[in-house]
Design a protein around this ligand. Structure first.
Ligand code: HPA
Length: 237
């Protein structure tokens, strides 16, 4: 039991998938896991543990934004022994060649700040994905007939951004997409020597202003979860 996760020590698996939305965690657990049981509901943040192809997996919401994700990731690692954490989420495309429904695998995530920024003082720490899982996710996507975009993304502190000039510079420097969690996830993974990877689906486009119809979000979510689970256990098979 930790402050925000009302679970017993053995209730959480070493591998944790983290969608932002707790109801997505429920849907993903019911759709992909066998024998899934709910292990957390504190503050409405749902977590479930079950098995996928015989491997124990927890699917737990992260909430939106880095401060919230940071709370759950800290507790999952420090209090429950999580060793492999994968964010599954949506992003806004920042390049012409990145389209709605595409999969983005972030190698790194730029940010203005993260909950961890202050410990680095003047250093802009460069958070990175676990390379073995990144490579496995690339392979898993290609098996599904999907060519993912691999590169840098931007983890923003704001969804309703008032800085179009900032987005322009990030686009100019090849940033693939914007979301709100990965820079802190990768930083915490580095701090605690655990593995982390984010798998994203493009739900909206900053340049064209298109967005994915809600009925299509589920299909794209399926590919993303399949890719994340395959990457998490690639070295176990
Ligand atoms: N901005 C920030 N986070 C996001 C976006 C966005 O446009 N789309 C999905 N997550």
């Amino acid at each position: 039991m930790s402050i925000h996760i009302n679970a017993n020590p053995d209730d959480i698996a070493e591998t944790v998938l983290m969608p932002g939305d707790p109801m997505r965690a429920k849907w993903a657990a019911e759709t992909f896991l066998e024998d899934a049981v709910q292990v957390n509901s504190t503050r409405g943040m749902l977590g479930f543990t079950g098995t996928w192809k015989g491997q124990r997996v927890t699917i737990h919401g992260s909430g939106m934004g880095m401060p919230t994700l940071s709370i759950y990731v800290n507790e999952l690692i420090r209090d429950f022994g999580a060793k492999t954490l994968l964010r599954i989420g949506s992003c806004g495309a920042m390049q012409e060649h990145v389209s709605l429904r595409d999969i983005v695998l972030p190698q790194t995530a730029s940010s203005i700040s993260t909950p961890s920024s202050s410990i680095f003082r003047d250093v802009n720490f460069a958070p990175v994905a676990d390379f073995a899982m990144l490579r496995a996710a690339d392979n898993a996507a290609r098996v599904l007939g999907v060519t993912p975009h691999i590169g840098g993304i931007y983890s923003s502190d704001t969804f309703y951004d008032e800085r179009p000039d900032l987005n322009e510079q990030l686009t100019r420097h090849g940033c693939l997409a914007v979301e709100m969690e990965t820079a802190e996830l990768y930083t915490l993974a580095a701090r605690y020597s655990v593995r982390a990877l984010t798998v994203l689906t493009v739900s909206d486009h900053l340049l064209t202003e298109e967005s994915l119809p809600s009925e299509e979000r589920e299909t794209s979510f399926r590919d993303m979860i399949q890719i994340a689970l395959t990457a998490a256990f690639a070295d176990a098979s």
